[in-house]
Design a protein. Structure first.
Ligand code: CMP
Length: 139
């Protein structure tokens, strides 16, 4: 059954380019409520743990370097059908394949540096949200 929460990160390239406000505005405009949010920076060990599912992929080392090179904004978002609707809002992993008007089409540089993360399932949304937030940081 679909839950009403998903997890996102605005990745280091989004913060470096000054796109935080514009991306949060799109998230708000699409009807998501921010129930937790912080600016933080992952250590290499944390990024390896967060992306453990990709550890055998050829791009894993590059992904860990990218995700740890600067701060991110992590957030838990609430909306009916949150996981699916947020993935529609951000667009395909590869910005070349992302639909017009999606966050990745507007702000991502490449399949690797793709501006934002969105959980791919309700189960992963819960795991990823708990990775970054304690219960008392979620409202
Ligand atoms: P995301 O979907 O948030 O989670 C996995 C990340 O790995 C993905 O975003 C990209 O940042 C990165 N990624 C996925 N596919 C590739 C690829 N082919 N080459 C480099 N990085 C990738």
């Amino acid at each position: 059954m679909a839950t009403n929460r998903t997890f996102t990160m605005l990745k280091p390239d989004s913060l470096e380019k000054g796109n935080t406000g514009a991306i949060l505005e799109k998230i708000n405009a699409a009807g998501f409520k921010i129930v937790a949010m912080k600016q933080t920076r992952m250590s290499k060990a944390e990024a390896k743990a967060f992306y453990a599912v990709h550890s055998e992929r050829p791009f894993f080392g590059e992904l860990v370097l990218y995700m740890t090179r600067g701060p991110i904004v992590a957030a838990i978002l609430e909306k009916e059908n949150a996981v699916e609707d947020f993935r529609t809002l951000i667009g395909a992993t590869n910005p070349d394949e992302a639909a017009e008007g999606t966050i990745r089409k507007l702000y991502a540089a490449s399949i690797g540096e793709n501006a934002v993360h969105g959980s791919d399932s309700d189960e992963n949304a819960a795991i990823e949200g708990s990775f970054h937030f304690s219960g008392r940081e979620i409202f």
